[in-house]
Each structure stands twice: as structure tokens, then as C-alpha cells.
Design a protein around this ligand. Structure first.
Ligand code: C5P
Length: 302
């Protein structure tokens, strides 16, 4: 009997997210700087003769075909079939810690971890570029997780350029328990700004203007705050509170609603977190103090 394989799938935050234009396929072209952070889902894989079993012990997330872990497994099985590999099956336990629909790409990270884990479990030894290309079909944020821990992401998410970054620190992450739909956030932003599929003067990626990631940290931005804060004004209140605590960078992640601030060290972050805990009123939320990752947890698996 083969040994189990366990992987930690990290969350991501965006320190820069510019929406550039509408595409004809319903997605938007972006320019984003993404960072892996130390908040993880845990996936354990055990080989079995055939089929797929997914068990999620601690979350309301469905374990059917709508789950990206199932979709990733089926996609890999299908590709193996096309290429003449023998059939394989797997049992997967998914322990969720990353909140759902939060702007932290938990589902995308789980999908990437599934492709990476099964590549090892089933001894495929496919290169990561091939796996990332499969992952791109599952979700816009999936390709990022094959690189990182810090990368510029563009196109709809499939163009990933990892960078060396000396940005260090600890993140205070606040997740107000409001589910936010990514699709409706992009749509509302597009309508609000009047984006077209023609492209605009904004269609210049900051890395092409020669900005370093540190420059970008200073000019931190998330275009999607505009619509998410309008819908949920409490988020702006929480952002203002975080901003008053001397963080270096305070933003919403992705389409939200999760907010974060970066602090120089763990102690400062813990202190800020206590102030946040006392300061937020009238909404349920979860809060973590976690590091920016200096290494991707998937490195050893390839
Ligand atoms: O790819 P993913 O499933 O994460 O995207 C969810 C939705 O978010 C898409 O269906 C699309 O409406 C929107 N989206 C977008 N442009 C992107 C990424 C996502 O419009 N680059």
C-alpha cells in the first residue's frame, strides 16, 4: 500500500489589482501582484483502484462535481486517458481553513494542490507548466499557485511572472463573514467604470513601467474596492480601522471581502490584531496573524 501524501494549500492576497479591460470571453484582463500567505487548507491523498472520493470534515463546502478538487482530479484523469496512462483512483480529505468566497483564492489553491499532489501520488512526473496549463481551465487564480510565492499575474490570470521580492512581514487578515461573488463584482466594476473590450490607456502593466514591487507596495491599489465597499460600507470602516494602526499596506484582497494590513514583525501584527478585535462592531468576522510566505509550500513536490 502506498503512503498518504499531505499538502498544505496556501491562501493568496493581492497587493495590487488593476482591472484593465473587458474580454469577449466574459473575463477581464488584469494586472496584479499576488503573494502567498501562511493560511492553509490541508489536502491528504490516498491512492485507490478507481474513482474519486472527497471527504470535507469541517466545512459546508459541497464535495460533488462543483468542487474544484473534484474538477481538477477529473481533468487530470481525462488528460491521462487521452495520453494512454493506466486508470487511477484517489481518496482525498480536504480540511478547510481558508474561508470560502473571501478573495483569498482558497478553491484555486486547492485545485492547484490537487494537480500537484496527484502528479506525485500517481508518479506522472509531468512538468509544472503542463499542470499549470490544465489548472488555468479550472479558475483564473489557479496558475499563480504553480509559481510564487510572489508573482505578477496578468491576462485573465494565466500569465504568471514570479519575482524575487524583499517584501517581508506579517499580515493581519480580517474576514468579515459576508459572501461576495467574484463574477458580480467584476461585472459591477466594469459597468461602473464603463470598461470596454477595446483596451484603454490603462492597458499598461506597472511592471512594464519599471516599477519594483516595493514601489507598488507604496502605491497599493485594488480597483475592486470601489464596488465592494459600495455594497458593504462596513468594509470601508474596517479598512479605516486597519489603516489607523500603522500598517504598511492596507487593502481588500481580490474581490473581497477579506481585508489585510502588513506589519514589520509578528509582535506588531499581534498588537494590531488585538486592537482590530476590540474595534470591530456589529459584524461577525474571523481574524488571523500570518506571515507573507518566503517560499512556496509546493516547491518540494515537483
Ligand atoms: O476564474 P474564476 O472562476 O475565479 O472567475 C470567477 C468569475 O470572476 C468569472 O466567471 C468572471 O465573471 C470573473 N472574472 C473576470 N476576470 C478575471 C477573473 C474572474 O471577469 N480575470
Amino acid at each position: 500500500m502506498k503512503q498518504d501524501l499531505t499538502l498544505q494549500a496556501p491562501a493568496k492576497i493581492n497587493s495590487y489589482l488593476k482591472v484593465l479591460k473587458q474580454r469577449t470571453d466574459g473575463f477581464h484582463n488584469l494586472s496584479s501582484l499576488m503573494h502567498m500567505v501562511g493560511l492553509y487548507d490541508r489536502l491528504t491523498f490516498q491512492e485507490k483502484e478507481s474513482g474519486i472520493a472527497l471527504h470535507i470534515p469541517n466545512s459546508p463546502l459541497p464535495s460533488d462535481g462543483s468542487n474544484l478538487v473534484i474538477q481538477a482530479t477529473e481533468l487530470l484523469q481525462q488528460k491521462m486517458d487521452e495520453e494512454g496512462y493506466p486508470k487511477k483512483g484517489v481518496s482525498i480529505i480536504l480540511e478547510k481553513e481558508i474561508p470560502l468566497a473571501a478573495g483569498l483564492a482558497g478553491g484555486s489553491s486547492d485545485a492547484a494542490a490537487t494537480l500537484i499532489g496527484l502528479n506525485r501520488l500517481w508518479s506522472l512526473f509531468w512538468p509544472k507548466q503542463k499542470l499549470a496549463a490544465l489548472g488555468a481551465a479550472l479558475g483564473s487564480d489557479v496558475p499563480f499557485f504553480f509559481d510564487g510565492p510572489t508573482a505578477w499575474v496578468s491576462g485573465r490570470g494565466e500569465i504568471v511572472r514570479p519575482i524575487q521580492s524583499d517584501i517581508k512581514g506579517w499580515i493581519v487578515l480580517v474576514h468579515p463573514q459576508i459572501p461576495v461573488s467574484t463574477a458580480s463584482t467584476f461585472k459591477a466594476y466594469s459597468e461602473r467604470i464603463g470598461l470596454t473590450n477595446q483596451g484603454t490607456a490603462l492597458n499598461i502593466r506597472p511592471e512594464e513601467r519599471g516599477l519594483s514591487s516595493e514601489d507598488v507596495l507604496r502605491s497599493a491599489l485594488n480597483d475592486l474596492e470601489l464596488v465592494t465597499f459600495d455594497r458593504f460600507p462596513i468594509l470601508k470602516v474596517i479598512k479605516d480601522l486597519l489603516q489607523s494602526l500603522d500598517g504598511q499596506l492596507t487593502l481588500m484582497s481580490g474581490s473581497g471581502p477579506t481585508l489585510f494590513a502588513l506589519f514589520g514583525d509578528q509582535e506588531k501584527a499581534e498588537k494590531a490584531a488585538r486592537q482590530v478585535e476590540q474595534g470591530i462592531q456589529g459584524i461577525s468576522f474571523k481574524l488571523w496573524v500570518i506571515p507573507l510566505l518566503r517560499q512556496t509550500p509546493f516547491e518540494w513536490v515537483f
